[in-house]
Design a protein around this ligand. Structure first.
Ligand SMILES: Nc1ncnc2c1ncn2[C@@H]1O[C@H](COP(=O)(O)OP(=O)(O)OP(=O)(O)O)[C@@H](O)[C@H]1O
Length: 211
């Protein structure tokens, strides 16, 4: 479903990605960890097709859902207007799934609120819903729970486990070391994390989700 082999990327003389490989099959969740500047966002931008690698191969089967680090929201549009806008882009007939996700994340009262009046955490919830509302086969999530309160953070991992159970392939970026243990099927460690986690096999298998 998602197959990445030997991806390299440099910005000028700064070699950010040096041979990254990973695979996420249906139902698998892969965590990408690394300190600030290690190249996590660069990797996800390449997987989403937004950025071209210098070399290496990326193969994706199925629709992608990409939740970028910076919300893609427009400050002037309300939450409902965002849903309708993205529904047209995704060619969706119904907003039922988007509304169900909004209810799960607890911000259904903000339908008529322009994004500029949302709190940072609520804007990020909308950003996440916009990436999931078309039920993508491959989810690329760049620190999707930034600004979430603890309950919503746990809710995110609940939703993630359900999507895994439904056969979605998920790649989640985190700079939080404890999130590594939630990555059931694999961990891709970049930068200094790569050295510290050398004893871990790059693609671990097994163990229950740590919800
Ligand atoms: N378009 C660009 N042009 C030049 N340098 C860039 C560009 N994008 C990223 N970089 C550099 O590449 C390195 C990796 O950046 P990236 O955003 O991928 O790191 P990250 O691991 O996601 O960091 P963070 O945890 O802070 O989000 C950084 O040194 C960054 O400054």
């Amino acid at each position: 479903m998602l197959h990445v082999a030997d991806v390299h990327k440099a910005f000028g003389t700064r070699r950010v990605l040096r041979g990254v490989s990973l695979r996420a099959a249906p139902g698998e969740l892969v965590g990408v960890v690394g300190e600030n500047g290690a190249g996590k966002t660069t990797l996800l931008r390449i997987l989403s097709g937004e950025l071209a690698p210098d070399s290496g191969r990326v193969r994706v089967e199925g629709r992608i859902g990409y939740c970028p680090q910076r919300p893609v929201t427009n400050p002037e549009l309300t939450v409902d207007q965002h849903l309708r806008y993205f529904a047209v882009a995704y060619r969706l007939r119904s907003l039922d799934r988007a509304r169900a996700l909004i209810a799960r994340l607890g911000f259904e009262q903000y339908g008529a609120t322009p994004a500029r009046h949302l709190s940072g955490g609520t804007r990020q919830k909308l950003n996440l819903v916009l990436s999931l509302m078309h039920d993508p086969a491959v989810l690329l999530l760049d620190e999707p729970y930034q600004g979430f309160d603890w309950e919503t953070y746990l809710r995110f991992w609940e939703i993630s486990a359900e999507l895994q159970a439904q056969g979605r392939a998920i790649v989640v970026i985190s700079h939080l070391a404890h999130d590594v243990d939630r990555a059931v099927f694999g961990v891709v460690a970049l930068g200094a994390f790569a050295a510290r986690t050398r004893d871990r096999t790059p693609q671990r298998v097994g163990g229950p989700p740590g919800i």
